[in-house]
Design a protein around this ligand. Sequence first.
Ligand code: DGL
Length: 256
Amino acid sequence: MNCKSAAPIALFDSGVGGIGVLREVKKLLPQEQFLYFGDTANAPYGEKSHDEVRRLVFSAANRLIPQCKALVLACNTATAVAAKELRQQYPAFPIVGMEPALRPACMVKEHPTILVLATAATLQEEKFAVLREMCEKNATVVSLPAPGIVRLVEAGLSDSPEMDRYLFDLLVPFRHAPPDAVVLGCTHFPFARAAILRALGQNVPLFDGAVGTAHRLESLLREQKLLAPPKATGGILLTASDTRSLPLLSKLLVAP
Ligand code: DGL
């Protein structure tokens, strides 16, 4: 066991979306201590410029890294914009990011048409262009920004008439020609899973990256001998840059 193994694992998102990732990570690593930071004072990131998102991610990461043994960027936007550069700055430190789960959607089973919902910022980044090009060998990939989902999830309206109205309008073009799979390429979107399926009017398979990220984190910690001992008592500390969002963070952590 490494002496750092008792330190917490930090998870970071622009807001409340990363809580879905925390839930998956916690299932896999119940003995760990977690420090969650939602930058809710600055959310949404998805409509900000590359430079602004980069600045916010570095500011959070530079503060979190000295307090933890690993950092999970529980945010596709933060990962697309800043993960590569963060890893260059902290080469020995475990940093796990997220990407829209397009690989599993196009490889697990044949899905001829795949709709990727993500933030505008994620879809504009080079990282997504590379992923898309790779998957377009197997499928037709259609991408669509959905900023309204982020805003409504942040407002505690994940499963609400407002969400239904927003998604009904956004997904009109797909209702009569539904895709074969939908990738939820933003960590806020799985909270709107039920409303997305209602708007599509079909039981389309949905893919998100939370489970894959949890497994990647587990194997990285195992490799580096940083896992907490199996009998350690785990715990979660939720923090946010706008503390008014703490009740919502707690609610989403235990939501059915
Ligand atoms: N949850 C984030 C993501 O996975 C970003 C949402 C936002 O702040 O726009 O991309």
